[in-house]
Every structure is written in structure tokens, then in C-alpha cells.
Design a protein around this ligand. Structure first.
Ligand code: TXA
Ligand code: MG
Length: 347
């Protein structure tokens, strides 16, 4: 299959019209969102949804998110809409917040991997909204990477993983946030964040009160534990190079990274450092890339997946700086720790 790429910055109308036609006919279209690129299909068409799992090589027990462009579409998707869901939708939609509630019978089992709850979000990206509107159905979409690879934040990343597997990629340029949406379950008694993102615990609590954070966000699952979110049990976001996360104050972290660098280099390994603005001066003459500023976790999130993909092509080992897991920094640490298989060193 030939994969066509259409720039929606210049050809928004033509691109989304063609994309919507493919979606309505049961096909797959990759499209930009404000978080990461999605791989979309008609969310009410069981066979179309199953073909997403095939194209990605995604385990069948990992459920998908339905993407909508008008808030009242949730009435077809969720059985009951509690007050706190209304408040969250009014405050944070469109935007990077996914909400989980009990599903109606209209939602095919393939979307939810057999669960009786379903995840929904309303993206803010213009191309995404136009594609959903023209398709006339909710679009089921996971991130548009091969399963286990870092999520794509540019159309080029999607092409690396999906070339020849899907007919169309809509290219809207780099994604603003660079990490996936916050996933919040309202199906449990206390709302619980299953995956952290740009809409932080603090932001959610400011409108609906106490919110729990799933323990698995910063910790590997224990043997025999049942995942609140099936996605959390898989190795994720992982480049093929080994990744080690180094945590500590800037100077201490840099010293530890230099020590690990020297050891690995002596073993003949090709090492790359993922640094921050605050520490880059310590790494002269070594291979390093700057992710962003510790003080501004959003810059770290925006660059993370792109940097992992870039360094992966030239490294056996990536030494990446950790930051405090606070506010949006929690999303950065959640993705980085998974990419590293939770290999963490404290400086
Ligand atoms: O930002 C995003 O959310 C991106 C863009 C494309 O919208 N999408 C995305 O989808 O990240 P995906 O499939 O890569 O991640 C969906 C996550 C998975 O961890 C999945 O296990 C969880 O949401 N999830 C979906 N439905 C669920 C449900 N009913 N119960 C618990 N977890 C669910
Ligand atoms: Mg994903």
C-alpha cells in the first residue's frame, strides 16, 4: 500500500475531505492532535477498529480512545454523565483530557477491549476537529506509532512507523504538547488519573475536588497486579537503545551521568546524553542533546519523544536527566521511566 502525505497547514480542506472519505469507508488515517499523532478509524465500525490493532501490532486487550468534535456526542457513547464529567468537559474540552465512564451498547467491544467503560476526548487541534466533523462519527485512535515505540510528534515519525501500512497521513506540523493526553477515570469512586498529561492533578482538583493518581504512573507493576489501565502494563515508548534515567540536582546528576558515560564508553558503547539547559555546560566534547529547561517541564515533554527517536539511531545507551515528578513534570517522568524500563539511578 502506498502511503500519501497531505500537508494540512496548506491543504486543510482537501486533506480532511479525503481523510473523512477513507474513515467513512472503513479505512485508517493518521492525523495530528495537540498531544501526539493519532491513527484513526470509524469508532462505531468494529472491523475498522480491529484494523488499527493490526497496523500498530497493538495487543488486543489495550483499549482505544474515542475522539469527538462536539460535546453532546458523549450522550451516544456514555451511559450516564455525572456532574463532575460535565464540569470537566466545560473546563478542559477541547484539550488534552481523556475521560473514562460506562459505555453504551453503541460502542463496539473492539474499542474498549471488552471493558464496560470507554475513554473519550475532544482534541483542540484544527485538523483533528475538521477530520472528525467531516467523518460524522467518533474517531477511535491510539497514538500512530508501532506498538512499543515512542509516540509520534511529527508526520515524519508516523511515516517511519506506518509507511506502507496505511493510505493517508495528514501532516499538521509538530504537536504542541508532545505527550499524550491526561487519562482520568470517573468510573471509580474517587476520580483517578491513569496516565498523566498536560491537564495536571492540580488543575483537575481545582474544579472537581480530590483526584487520585494511579500508583503505576511512577512504579513498575508488581507481579500479579491487575492494571487499572491495560496500557500501563506494557513496555512503552521505548527506543531500541538502553535508557537510564538519572535523578538529582543539576550538578549531582551531571556528575553521575559523566561517570556512567565514562564507564560505558570504556566498554565500547556509543553513549548519548539527554540533557537540560541547566546542565548542558557540563557535557562539552560529549554526545548530548538538550531536551529543554527543568524549570519548564512543558519544554521537556514537547521534546522527549522526538529526542528519543533521534538519539536511538546513534546510541547503544541513552543517559537521560530526570526532573521532579510535579505538575506537568509527572508526565515527563512517567514516559521516560517507561522508556527506560524503570532503570533509574539516583545521583
Ligand atoms: O493524546 C492522546 O490521548 C493520544 C491522541 C492520539 O489522542 N491517544 C493515545 O491513545 O494516547 P493510546 O491508545 O496510545 O492510549 C490510550 C490509553 C491507553 O493507556 C489505554 O490503556 C487507556 O488509555 N484506556 C483507554 N480506554 C480505557 C478504559 N476504558 N479503561 C482504562 N484505560 C483505558
Ligand atoms: Mg500509545
Amino acid at each position: 500500500m502506498q502511503t500519501e502525505v497531505i500537508q494540512t497547514t496548506s491543504q486543510q480542506e482537501a486533506g480532511t475531505r479525503k481523510g473523512a472519505e477513507i474513515i467513512r469507508n472503513g479505512g485508517l488515517v493518521a492525523f495530528p492532535t495537540e498531544t501526539v499523532y493519532g491513527l484513526g478509524a470509524n469508532g462505531f465500525d468494529q472491523d475498522a477498529v480491529l484494523s488499527i490493532f493490526e497496523a500498530k501490532g497493538r495487543p488486543a486487550d489495550n483499549p482505544l480512545i474515542l475522539h469527538i468534535c462536539k460535546k453532546n456526542e458523549v450522550r451516544k457513547i456514555w451511559r450516564r454523565i455525572p456532574e463532575n464529567a460535565m464540569i470537566l468537559m466545560d473546563t478542559f474540552w477541547p484539550g488534552p483530557l481523556t475521560i473514562i465512564l460506562q459505555k453504551t451498547d453503541l460502542v463496539p467491544d473492539a474499542v474498549t477491549a471488552g471493558l464496560d467503560t470507554v475513554a473519550v476526548r475532544m482534541p483542540s487541534d484544527k485538523t483533528a476537529r475538521s477530520l472528525i466533523a467531516k467523518s460524522g462519527v467518533p474517531i477511535a485512535a491510539p497514538s500512530a506509532n508501532l506498538s512499543g515505540r515512542p509516540s509520534p510528534t511529527t508526520a515524519e515519525h508516523v511515516l517511519q512507523d506506518m509507511n506502507g501500512r496505511i493510505p493517508l497521513i495528514l501532516d499538521g506540523g509538530p504537536c504542541r504538547y508532545g505527550v499524550e493526553s491526561t487519562v482520568l477515570s470517573l468510573a471509580s469512586r474517587t476520580p483517578m488519573i491513569l496516565r498523566p498529561g498536560a491537564m495536571t492533578k492540580e488543575m483537575l482538583e481545582s474544579v472537581i475536588g480530590p483526584v487520585d493518581v494511579a500508583e503505576s504512573i511512577l512504579n513498575p507493576m508488581k507481579e500479579g497486579e491487575v492494571a487499572a489501565s491495560p496500557g500501563m502494563k506494557y513496555k512503552h515508548y521505548a527506543p531500541s537503545a538502553e535508557v537510564i534515567v538519572v535523578v538529582g540536582h543539576p550538578r549531582a546528576a551531571a556528575d553521575k551521568i559523566l561517570e556512567l558515560y565514562a564507564e560505558a564508553e570504556a566498554d565500547g558503547k556509543n553513549v548519548q546524553i539527554a540533557a537540560t539547559e541547566e546542565t548542558k555546560r557540563y557535557y562539552s566534547n560529549r554526545n548530548f542533546a538538550v531536551l529543554g529547561e527543568r524549570k519548564h517541564p512543558e519544554t521537556m515533554c514537547a521534546a522527549l519523544f522526538q529526542t528519543l527517536r533521534e538519539l536511538d539511531s546513534s546510541a547503544d545507551l541513552i543517559l537521560a536527566e530526570g526532573i521532579p515528578p510535579e505538575e506537568f513534570g509527572l508526565a515527563y517522568m512517567n514516559r521516560l521511566l517507561r522508556a527506560a524500563g524503570f532503570h533509574i539511578v539516583y545521583a
